[in-house]
Design a protein around this ligand. Sequence first.
Ligand code: HSE
Length: 371
Amino acid sequence: MNIALLGFGVVGSHFYTLAKEHGGVKVTTVLSRRPRPELDCTVTADFDEIVRDGSIDLVVEVMGGVEPAFSYLSAAMRAGKHVVTANKQLMCAHYEELLSLAKSNNVSLRCTAAAGGGIPWLTSLARAAENDRITAVEGILNGTTNYMLSAMTNKGSDYTAILKEAQALGYAEADPTADVEGYDARRKLVLSANLAFGVSIREDDVPCVGISHITPPDIEKAKELGLTFKLIARAEQSGNKVAAFVCPTLFPVTAPEAHTDGTGNLVSLYAKRIGKQSFSGAGAGGFPTGSNVLADCLEIRRGGCGVYYTDRSKPCPVDNSAAEGRWFFRHNGEYLFFGDYTVAQAFEVYEKYRQDDPTALMARVAAPRKK
Ligand code: HSE
């Protein structure tokens, strides 16, 4: 199976190495703006050459961003080529169009590396959703913020310095705002919820708070309470709607989430018959993510994939008015606990607090109630 690779950054270059080592698929062309004499394959800056090349069976896209990735993958599918992408931003922005293009052209579309880095999360989730009813998905889905929060909690690292380190190590998005403000975790949540519940929810409908307001005194306060901050994305079935949100969450220091350090992701599904299943591993980084891209290519080569993971993708509103939680806020220097607010109410309170304290903090509390 011949592959054209679009993007030669952290994930692209590691995928290239892995594909070469494996040998079961062959990267014959790399799309690159600059010459790459170190590569022993065709290097072109002209995507049309790839579309016209009938020997290319599959296009791997790891460029990131919505355009030109969307135009390229649409053209590739129209030309009858399978597509594998790690691009969660693209998959969220054009979910239904991409699925329908794959269907109408009868090609496979896979994006396992788009959520969970190296963890086979989306494939496992799709498999569970096929024969059981998923009631919720929840977890740590961003490696960069987990790396930062772990270092801030365990070593007292400075926020700006540790973010720079995560960028230098190739974990962060091109614009790390997507990591620290929770947008990257939200995109992964949207993809997970879509597969879990057979829906298509909109990224903008999911309220989202990141980690940029968590300060060293907040971390100390959490420690005093025996709790640890993690950035959590959660979606649950709520009647015929979906409740979904992203926000910092406080876990008891003994919880598995609290022990998920570095770029680790830990994500769980809750299903009616099989109960809870959790998946953990490296959520970012070249080899883990590149390896999930390769796994998708190999599965397509074996003919083991349908068009997409699921046929179901009904547009669905996000409704947080019934899902409940317990909440922790910092407003004008004062720490406040609230119990049994709905998710919608908690985000309303947070918005109100932010009006006179733009650095106010909101976190969900995932600890058992004190008797
Ligand atoms: N920036 C992402 C993260 C990369 O830190 O999780 C992997 O999707």
